[in-house]
Design a protein around this ligand. Structure first.
Ligand SMILES: [Zn+2]
Length: 286
């Protein structure tokens, strides 16, 4: 069942769980994420970043849409970190049901103006919009973009932003960074800040950079009102660690021999995240 983000997260918001948004940028990751979600009866968000879209090409979205239509669980196809109106328009033309406009590094007024424009473009055609406030960190060049220093969201800006833009969901920077944390860098999730935000606005909130944070912190964030958590590095890491192991054999070369064990390895991580987010079995609520 293909849905937009607003309808998908409304159920999560009412029932206090978080839907995983897995970044998929290959057919193998799409297969693994769909299988894991169906096995756990969990709603799922297929997240694709503009750089990932450029790599897989728009025709890939047709496969994702077909998978979503035949799936037994609700599926949203979401543009992760769109940063220009051109990227947003391309995603909408490809058939995405949700887009993120990330103008979080711009001054608040410009962030509001851009997100408002995207809402005006997207809502009449039933596409949902995610905005971002504060800036999410990055852990290095292999991770998605972000700032070296995390700028925590200002709770006062949240009300202004949500009311002025009409966004359906909001990513809040509360201390996570994209990628996998190096040993000398410990994520510090400010859960008090999250409480302050949920006391002020009643829309589904999003946690980016959810890979490699301690499970207890993530579980607490879900209890406190996070309804979408982005996972990219953790599933890709599991997939390619397995891949490296298999490719030690110099003779192996058939994709259908190499990739199934890699898909199984990433599915284990996906299963764990679905349980951690309390999303298992929630497909029946739709
Ligand atoms: Zn992100």
């Amino acid at each position: 069942m293909l849905m937009n983000m607003k309808d998908l997260l409304a159920v999560a918001h009412t029932n206090h769980f978080a839907v995983p948004a897995f970044n998929i940028s290959s057919n193998m990751l799409l297969t693994g994420v769909m299988e894991a979600s169906e096995e756990k009866s969990s709603p799922v968000i297929l997240a694709i970043h503009p750089a990932e879209l450029a790599f897989v090409r728009p025709s890939f979205i047709k496969s994702a849409i077909e998978e979503a239509h035949k799936a037994t669980v609700p599926v949203c196809i979401h543009l992760d970190h769109g940063s220009t109106l051109e990227q947003i328009m391309e995603a909408i033309q490809c058939g995405f049901t949700s887009v993120m406009m990330d103008a979080s590094t711009l001054p608040l007024e410009q962030n509001i103006a851009l997100c408002k424009k995207v809402v005006e473009l997207a809502h009449p055609i039933n596409v949902s919009v995610e905005g971002e406030l504060g800036t999410i960190g990055t852990t290095g060049p292999e991770a998605e973009a972000g700032t070296d220093e995390i700028i925590y969201v200002n709770p006062k800006d949240v009300v202004t932003f949500v009311e002025a833009t009409g966004v359906d969901t909001l990513a809040v920077a509360i201390g996570t960074a994209h990628g996998i944390y190096p040993k000398n860098k410990k994520p510090e999730l400010k859960l008090e800040l999250l409480k302050e935000i949920t006391a002020k606005v009643d829309i589904p909130l999003v946690l980016h950079g959810g890979s490699a944070n301690p499970d207890e912190e993530i579980a607490m964030a879900v209890k406190l009102g996070i309804n979408k958590i982005n996972i990219s590095s953790d599933i890709k890491d599991a997939f390619y660690q397995k891949c490296r192991e298999l490719l030690a054999d110099p003779v192996i070369r058939e994709p259908n021999a190499i990739y199934p064990p890699c898909i199984d390895a990433m599915k284990k991580v996906a299963h764990h995240k679905i349980d951690l987010f309390d999303a298992a079995g929630k497909a029946t609520l739709y």
